[in-house]
Design a protein around this ligand. Structure first.
Ligand code: MRU
Length: 366
């Protein structure tokens, strides 16, 4: 995607071929800043403090973080420490474990002297693969949108509701849930996006809205509680969201509030799609509600809001009374029965064990 007209990814190998550069997403939408990652510590901090976020980008950053660690200490102990430290950064997005397992499997048989070069090559390949997977998701999702739009008689406005940020900022490029939106918009479908603000960190209001602005996609930011109202009034044609971990049975874990949107969509007969690249499937988990670890980010993000003051400065402001506790589960699980379909790089399937194993027989059996 482009930032101010320049093609850009969210993470890339710096010109020195050794360090890594990222967009610092904690600054958006008010400042566009590039930050350099030079060490394992830098990569861990970038994931934990959410300079990078979104399941696929967390995985890509972990891969680069392991490569940075191999430059400093390519021994078996160095590999184990780097794996453990990166794995501990955030608990819910399975792409983190997927990327770390992938690299560890490839690096372990190599002599330590060869590990850094191999790790960088694989990290770069994971990033390139992520872009290809997401673009394919975009094509499959675009076909769904076109079909819905045509069956509705090609209205002048095709309303899509999305939650959180599952755009190119959440991946290396294209995004998952937003890839079909970009493809449909570019192909001339008059897409308009309802953007859930996504409290407490406002990934929708700050990141999704910024991305859509950059690409010129018409959109409107709404508070998290407004989606059901717009669905009741026939103003949402389709919902599409991303996911941090999808079980082998099709349950979908995504940003807190996704479940309520799926319930409202079901009540109003609005199709509810989830877009995901296959590294987001956790084939070891069958019951999403019981088994997926949900990140608790602490009360501060609920009690306070971050934004730009009229003076132009950015600041945190407190919204709750002193002494009121707050709870902050960062994700929830939407049972597969509420999901119309899973949009993957291989096509669209039912959110069920049969649906997923039908599309990925090679992985489901592994
Ligand atoms: O806490 P975040 O910002 O990392 O959460 C991101 C999401 O919930 C996304 O919807 C999910 O990672 C899918 S991204 C393609």
């Amino acid at each position: 995607m482009k930032v101010n007209g320049t093609p850009t990814r969210t993470i890339w190998l710096a010109e020195d071929g050794r360090t890594v550069e990222i967009i610092d997403q904690t600054r958006l939408p008010h400042r566009y800043e590039i930050t350099r990652l030079e060490t394992l510590d830098d990569a861990c901090r970038a994931i934990k403090d959410m300079l990078v976020r979104g399941a696929p980008l967390i995985g890509a950053t972990a891969a680069h973080g392991l490569a940075l660690a191999m430059r400093a200490d390519p021994s078996d102990g160095g590999l184990a420490t780097a794996y453990d430290r990166l794995f501990a950064t955030r608990p819910t997005a399975i792409n983190l474990r997927w990327a770390l397992d992938d690299l560890r499997t490839r690096l372990t048989p190599l002599p330590p002297g060869e590990r850094a070069t191999a790790a960088v090559a694989r990290a770069v390949a994971i990033c390139d693969e992520d872009v290809a997977l997401n673009e394919a998701i975009g094509d499959h999702g675009h076909a769904i949108f076109r079909d819905l739009w045509e069956r509705k008689g090609q209205p002048e406005r095709f309303n899509v509701l999305t939650h959180c940020n599952a755009g190119w900022l959440a991946t290396v490029d294209w995004g998952t849930a937003l890839a079909p939106i970009y493809k449909a918009h570019d192909a001339g479908i008059p897409v308009h996006v309802w953007v859930d603000e996504t409290r407490p960190r406002n990934q929708g209001a700050s990141l999704t809205a910024w991305e859509l602005n950059q690409h010129g996609v018409p959109h409107t930011v709404i508070v998290d509680n407004a989606g059901g109202h717009f669905m009741q009034h026939g103003m949402v044609d389709v919902c599409i969201v991303g996911t941090d971990r999808t079980t082998a049975t099709g349950d979908v874990c995504n940003k807190i509030g996704t479940y309520l949107k799926a319930l409202a969509a079901r009540d109003n007969g609005v199709p509810f799609y989830v877009a995901l690249p296959s590294p987001t499937i956790d084939w070891t988990v069958r019951d999403g509600v019981a088994e997926i670890p949900i990140e608790d980010r602490g009360p501060g993000e609920v009690q306070r809001l971050w934004g730009r003051l009229d003076s132009g400065e950015t600041a945190w402001i407190t919204v709750t009374p002193e002494g009121s506790p707050a709870a902050n589960p960062a994700f929830d699980v939407t049972p597969g029965r509420l999901v119309t379909g899973l949009v993957t790089e291989r096509g669209v399937c039912a959110a069920s064990a049969d649906g997923l194993s039908g599309l990925f027989p090679d992985r489901a059996a592994a």
